[in-house]
Ligand binder design. Structure first.
Ligand code: SAM
Length: 275
């Protein structure tokens, strides 16, 4: 059983998260925190890529135990058969690790995690989160509740794949798409239009012409999402941009954190890969 998606960027993002995790565990080695790894879109454990099966991020991260493993691994995967497959692989390969695999919507589990971390009894817990959706499943309100918590979060944002495709050039966006953008960006329709479009205007014949999309939509979207994340987290890395074979940006990958060391490590990990 395997998930079939991605391209080169699948390996790239797994490499980024694995390198970061390695550095994170080193920094945390002698700190008194309980460490949790939270993977919100965990997959089946395997990925089919170019007719080959590669190991998904979950098993890759479980393999890292130098200088130490996490105290708990929490995997969320909506599709039950994928979650079951992942669970079976973990049990056979890493029976000694403390792992939970839940077949649920990541948005629900992010909220549960935030509630858990807000309890005074858990104030010595830190989370490294990997949020790896293929589409626009992550609601802005799910991220907002992470404010001021001890979380470092790698998040894959489908700006080219999702957001800019919904932002039609002539501003004529279906209601359902406007709603999706609002839920995804946590912005009102007016705020979205003001950011991405020129104002409506009267033409020479006295007719109203609706606003047109401004240039560089993808660059604007990347800047916007980074700024939005900065309203929740103190620091947000440069995005690592993942492109398709035509060199069009598909996804932007950010680390969001409240910790200065974390942001330095993240930028170092992605710097050689800046595009
Ligand atoms: C891009 S894949 C994740 C790949 C994974 N990180 C790996 O390395 O194998 C996205 C996964 O999220 C699952 N998914 C889709 N919507 C979801 C949701 N709302 N909550 C949790 N998982 C979801 C899909 O079934 C799919 O397996």
């Amino acid at each position: 059983m395997n998930n079939n998606f991605g391209g080169d960027w699948t390996s790239q993002k797994i490499e980024i998260v694995a390198s970061y995790t390695q550095a994170y565990l080193k920094v945390m080695k002698n700190q008194p925190f309980k460490l949790i790894y939270f993977d919100g879109f965990a997959g089946s454990g395997e990925i089919e890529q170019d007719e080959e099966i590669i190991q998904g991020a979950a098993l890759r991260i479980l393999a890292i135990d130098d200088p130490k493993p996490f105290d708990l691994y929490y995997f969320v995967e909506l599709i039950k058969k994928y979650a079951d497959n992942l669970d079976a692989q973990i049990k056979s390969k890493y029976p000694q690790r403390r792992c939970v695999v839940k077949s649920e919507d990541c948005n629900v589990k992010i909220k549960d995690m935030a509630d858990y971390l807000r309890k005074p009894a858990n104030k010595m817990t830190k989370v490294l989160a990997f949020i790896d959706p293929k589409g626009m499943q992550v609601k802005w309100q799910s991220l907002e509740i992470l404010k001021d918590l001890g979380i470092d979060m790698w998040i894959l944002v489908p700006l080219g794949m999702g957001v800019t495709r919904l932002l039609k050039k002539d501003g004529n966006i279906e209601d359902a798409w406007v709603k999706r953008l609002q839920v995804f960006l946590g912005m009102s329709e007016d705020e979205i239009r003001n950011y991405f479009y020129t104002d409506d205007r009267m033409n020479l014949f006295g007719e109203m012409v609706s606003g047109q999309r401004l240039d560089n939509t993808i660059v604007r979207a990347a800047k916007l999402y980074q700024e939005r994340l900065k309203t929740i987290f103190k620091y947000v890395s440069q995005p690592f941009v993942m492109r398709n074979s035509k060199n069009s940006p598909m996804y932007h990958f950010y680390l969001a954190t409240n910790n200065t060391t974390a942001i330095k490590i993240a930028n170092d990990v992605i710097k050689p890969k800046f595009k």
